[in-house]
Design a protein around this ligand. Structure first.
Ligand SMILES: [Zn+2]
Length: 518
């Protein structure tokens, strides 16, 4: 069990503090000072509430130990971890409303359960007030508070809808799901959203096709032509595919899980008013329309992928996935031999970041290009595991192949370009060179992304997100004057280089010769 210290709380949420004022240039000095003061006050209040809550939880935990309730003890330990770890402990929100505390428990034990729930609800209530207070001045800070409080009270009646959920009976669902259910559709595990009345025919191997029913085999043949392919709609994605309905549905589920992770972890990346609306997604209780979804094309084979794209991208055969800035589409193909997931999460990262703004623009052309690829490579390690109450995700396992190579390049090949020099590379010079150079650059970029996400419980994480926010910004003057990571972290390049080396060495010691995960 980890005992949270005041220092640990501070380090974890320093991220929030960094993110407070994102664009001070829009305020004059006096107003800036005033705003800064209000936000500092909000942040202090947050810390105070949290410290109090932590000690309350610790005392409840001791009582749970005394009464021999292992399950409750663990539950409290999990909550404590959320407050002290670098955000990894956050869980996807449960769909079901929290069940009532049973009446048939021994009185003393029941009282403890009630106290625990009450303490969580009180804390969540306090964070909600803080979020309301800071929402206008520091929407990303407010958004992080909303996410945090939902970990303690997932049924909070004001906060949960701010994440785009509506309540139906004893369940929370998105507006999209609610609309589907209203039009009598069900989310079939294999076929995705289909009309409830069609379920039996689907399961019997029939498929609707232009106002008639045909066999699944026949449909499969007809839809091999990509323009006649399946059109699969999920909450945030629009998938066109000629692989199969089932594979398309599976891809949609992966992308939605990834989206959920991304939006809650990368809140500081979203800092313009237009993007904040994106963060507090579907607060109006309406689901998205087709043009608001991320478009994905998923081909049957590599050959088809290459044929379709080679005219525009001559080197397409060297890639195994692509996000095309110009048409705002991610392209993938089905490959039974390879880890499709890594490619999917890589390209989805490019897509979610780029489409955080409406403007057509270049990204990293003048410099800082390494992180555009580094963060996408880092996200390749995104993994979803099923749990009894839904699913859980993780990202950044140091055994993952990208990080294995990051260690190898630095420690075995002695390849390292100092961060200051590395950051100067724009898109074109970064992508030039022989295969080995490119691989070395990608490995270093992956390792550095890991470092900036996780070093010392994530102290640099928000700085990294602000860096990305500037690189992807729609305002050309912000894009031209991207602040370096030395400025954003307040730590010199030389020190960052040294810390990175130590970080990689420590990681190597920790991982040892465990087999890399592909
Ligand atoms: Zn990429």
């Amino acid at each position: 069990m980890r005992i949270p210290s005041a220092l640990a709380i501070r380090a974890t949420l320093l991220g929030l503090c960094f993110g407070l004022l994102q664009e001070p240039m829009i305020l004059d000095n006096r107003l800036f000072a005033q705003t800064q003061h209000q936000l500092e006050k909000a942040y202090e209040d947050y810390q105070e509430e949290t410290a109090e809550f932590v000690s309350k939880l610790q005392s409840l935990q001791q009582q749970a130990v005394r009464l021999g309730d292992r399950e409750l003890e663990q539950k409290i330990a999990d909550r404590l971890e959320i407050l002290t770890s670098d955000g990894e402990a956050m869980k996807p929100l449960p769909r079901k409303l929290q069940p009532a505390i049973p009446f048939d428990m021994p009185a003393e034990l029941r009282a403890l359960h009630v106290q625990f729930r009450q303490a969580c609800e009180d804390y969540a209530g306090q964070l909600y007030l803080l979020a309301r207070r800071s929402q206008r001045l520091a929407p990303t800070f407010a958004f992080e508070l909303i996410n945090l409080l939902l970990q303690f009270d997932p049924d909070h009646t004001q906060a949960r809808p701010m994440r785009g959920y509506v309540r139906q009976g004893d369940e929370w669902m998105t507006a999209f799901e609610r609309d589907k259910l209203r039009s009598r559709e069900i989310d079939h595990p294999r076929f995705g959203w289909i009309r409830e009345d069609d379920r039996e025919r689907y399961e019997a191997g029939e498929r609707p096709y232009h106002n008639t029913w045909i066999s699944a085999e026949k449909e499969q043949l007809l839809r091999q032509n990509f323009t006649q392919g399946w059109d699969i709609e999920t909450e945030h994605f629009q998938i066109k595919t000629n692989v199969s309905l089932e594979k398309g549905v599976e891809l949609g589920r992966k992308l939605e899980t990834f989206y959920d992770y991304f939006i809650s972890t990368f809140a500081p990346f979203y800092n313009s008013p237009e993007q904040i609306r994106q963060l507090f997604d579907s607060t109006t209780g309406r689901s998205k329309n087709r043009s608001q979804r991320y478009e994905v094309h998923f081909f049957r084979s590599k050959q088809e992928y290459v044929e379709r794209l080679i005219r525009r991208i001559p080197q397409i055969a060297m890639t195994n996935g692509l996000y095309q800035l110009e048409d705002r589409v991610s392209y993938f193909y089905y490959d039974p031999e390879a880890n499709n997931d890594a490619t999917i999460f890589h390209e989805a990262t490019h897509q979610l970041m780029y489409e955080s703004h409406l403007a057509q623009r270049d990204v990293g052309r003048e410099g800082h290009f390494w992180i555009v690829e580094g963060i996408a490579c880092y996200m390749e390690s995104f993994q979803v595991t099923e749990t009894p109450d839904g699913f859980d995700y993780s990202v950044g396992d140091p055994r993952f192949i990208r990080f294995y190579w990051a260690r190898h390049r630095l420690l075995e090949e002695d390849y390292y370009v100092p961060l200051q020099v590395f950051s100067k590379l724009g898109m074109i010079p970064y992508q030039q060179g022989d295969q080995q150079t490119l691989q070395q650059r990608y490995s270093q970029a992956s390792g550095l992304a890991h470092f900036f996400m996780h070093f010392e419980n994530g102290v640099y994480r928000t700085a990294l997100m602000q860096y990305l926010a500037q690189i992807y910004h729609s305002n050309p003057s912000i894009q031209r004057n991207v602040q370096g990571l030395d400025k954003l972290t307040g730590v010199s390049y030389g020190t960052l280089d040294r810390q990175y080396r130590e970080y990689i060495q420590d990681q190597q010691t920790m991982v040892g010769d465990q087999i890399p995960i592909q």
